[in-house]
Design a protein around this ligand. Structure first.
Ligand SMILES: NC(=O)c1ccc[n+]([C@@H]2O[C@H](COP(=O)([O-])OP(=O)(O)OC[C@H]3O[C@@H](n4cnc5c(N)ncnc54)[C@H](OP(=O)(O)O)[C@@H]3O)[C@@H](O)[C@H]2O)c1
Ligand SMILES: *[C@@H]1O[C@H](CO)[C@@H](O)[C@H](O)[C@H]1NC(C)=O
Length: 363
C-alpha cells in the first residue's frame, strides 16, 4: 500500500495535467469547431472569451453595490449589546434614527456612563436602555422577560439581535494567565452564545436576523492578541454553525469583521495598556521574566501603546455594514469594513499558503 502523501502527489499531478489539457487544447479546439460550423472566424472565439471574462469581472465588481432592497422598519425592534460606547452606541443612535425600536443593552446602566446618559436623555419611546451584562445568566434572562413583555404590549416583533459587546487585551502567550483567556472569552464568545440562545426563540418567530460583531482577527491572527483572536475565531465558528441551522427557519445570520478602529472606540485605550502591562510583568513566572527580559517587554509595550492611536477614526463604514445586515432583503454572510491595507492583508493571510503569507507580513 503506497503511503498517503504519494497518492496525494500523484492525484495532484494528474489533476494539473488534465486541467492543462482541457483549458489549453480541448476547450479552444471545440470552441473553434463550433465557430467554424456557425460560419465565424477563429478570432471571434478569442474575442468572446475576453468578453465573457470582462462581463464576469464587471458583474463581480458591480454586484455588491447593486441595490438589494430593504425591509420595512415599522413594527420592528432590535436588541444591541454593549451600547455604552463605540460601535454599539453609534449603532443604537443610527437604528433609532431610522425608525426602529431599539433595546440598548448596557453594561453600566446603574453607573450612568456617558453613553447611557446620552441614550436616556433622548426621552424616546423607541429607545429603551436596559441593564445587561452579557456574562450574567440572571441579567440576560431578566432582560429577555422585559423585552418579551414590551413587545407584546406594543405588538412589535424582535427583528434583529446585534451581539456587539466585547473586550480586548494583549500580552504574549507566556505572559498571559489562563484566567485572562477565560475572562475575554466570557464576554466575546460565551456572551455572544448566551445572549443568542436567550433571544433566538423571539428572533426565529419573526424570521429575523442575528448579526455578530467578530473582527478581522476572527479570520487571521495577531501576535500578542491571542486571547482576543481565540474568542473571535470562536464567534466566527458559532455564527457559521448557526447560519446553517437557521436557514430552514428563514433567519439570516451575518458576521461583521471590522478592521482597525482602535482610535475610534474604547476597545484598547492607553490606560488599559498601562494597567495590563503592569499586571503582565508582575504575574509572569520568574523564568519568563528572566528569558524575555525587561528591555524586550518594555519595547513591546511601547509598540502596543502606539496601536492605541492607530486605525480609522470614523466608525461610519462599520455602522453602514451592520445596518445593511439588519435591513437588506439579501444581507451578506460576511462584511469587512476596513481600509484597503487590511483588506488586502486579510485576503493574502486567508488565501495564500501560510509559508508565504507569514514571510510577507509576520517575520
Ligand atoms: N474597535 C476596533 O478596532 C474593533 C475592531 C474589530 C472588532 N471590534 C469589536 O467591536 C465590538 C464593539 O467594540 P468597540 O470597538 O465599540 O469597543 P468599546 O467602545 O469598548 O465597546 C464595547 C462595549 O461593550 C461593553 N461591554 C464590555 N463588557 C461587557 C459585558 N460583559 N456585558 C455587556 N457589555 C459589555 C463595553 O462597556 P464599557 O464601556 O462599560 O466597558 C463597551 O461599551 C467588540 O465586539 C469588539 O471586539 C472592534
Ligand atoms: C498586529 O496588529 C497590528 C495592528 O493592530 C499590526 O500593526 C501588526 O503588524 C500586527 N502583527 C502581526 C504579527 O500580525
Amino acid at each position: 500500500m503506497p503511503n498517503v502523501s504519494r497518492v496525494k502527489m500523484a492525484l495532484m499531478v494528474l489533476f494539473s495535467l488534465s486541467l492543462t489539457l482541457v483549458l489549453g487544447v480541448l476547450l479552444p479546439d471545440s470552441l473553434n469547431l463550433v465557430a467554424r460550423l456557425c460560419g465565424f472566424t477563429e478570432t471571434t472565439v478569442t474575442h468572446s472569451i475576453v468578453l465573457v471574462y470582462f462581463l464576469f469581472v464587471l458583474i463581480c465588481v458591480a454586484m455588491p453595490n447593486l441595490p438589494r432592497g430593504s425591509v420595512k422598519v415599522e413594527g420592528k425592534a432590535v436588541f444591541i449589546t454593549g451600547c455604552d460606547s463605540g460601535f454599539g452606541f453609534a449603532l443604537a443612535m443610527h437604528l433609532h434614527a431610522l425608525g426602529f425600536t431599539v433595546f440598548a443593552g448596557c453594561l453600566q446602566k446603574v453607573k450612568e456612563g456617558t453613553g447611557v446618559r446620552k441614550l436616556e436623555s433622548m426621552k424616546s419611546d423607541r429607545m429603551k436602555v436596559v441593564q445587561m451584562n452579557v456574562c450574567s445568566e440572571e441579567e440576560v434572562a431578566e432582560t429577555v422577560k422585559c423585552v418579551r413583555k414590551h413587545l407584546q404590549e406594543t405588538e412589535t416583533s424582535l427583528w434583529a439581535l446585534v451581539n456587539n459587546a466585547g473586550v480586548s487585551t494583549f500580552g504574549e502567550v507566556e505572559f498571559t494567565s489562563l484566567e485572562t483567556y477565560k475572562q475575554v472569552a466570557d464576554v466575546n464568545l460565551w456572551g455572544t452564545i448566551r445572549v443568542t440562545k436567550a433571544f433566538l426563540p423571539l428572533i426565529r418567530r419573526a424570521k429575523g436576523r442575528v448579526v455578530n460583531i467578530a473582527s478581522m482577527f476572527g479570520r487571521m491572527s495577531n501576535s500578542s492578541r491571542s486571547p482576543y483572536c481565540v474568542s473571535k475565531y470562536g464567534v466566527e465558528a458559532f455564527s457559521d454553525c448557526l447560519r446553517y441551522e437557521m436557514h430552514r427557519w428563514g433567519v439570516k445570520v451575518s458576521i461583521i469583521e471590522p478592521g482597525n478602529f482602535i482610535a475610534a472606540t474604547g476597545i484598547l485605550t492607553r490606560d488599559i495598556v498601562m494597567e495590563t502591562a503592569d499586571k503582565l510583568w508582575k504575574e509572569a513566572p520568574q523564568i519568563v521574566q528572566e528569558d524575555y527580559g525587561r528591555a524586550h517587554f518594555d519595547r513591546h509595550v511601547s509598540v502596543l501603546k502606539s496601536y492605541c492611536n492607530s486605525g480609522l477614526r470614523d466608525v461610519a463604514i462599520v455602522i453602514k455594514d451592520i445596518t445593511d445586515a439588519v435591513m437588506s432583503c439579501y444581507p451578506y454572510t460576511r462584511y469587512n469594513p476596513m481600509d484597503a491595507y487590511w483588506w488586502i492583508r486579510l485576503l493574502i493571510m486567508t488565501h495564500l499558503p501560510a509559508a508565504i503569507a507569514d514571510r510577507l507580513y509576520i517575520y
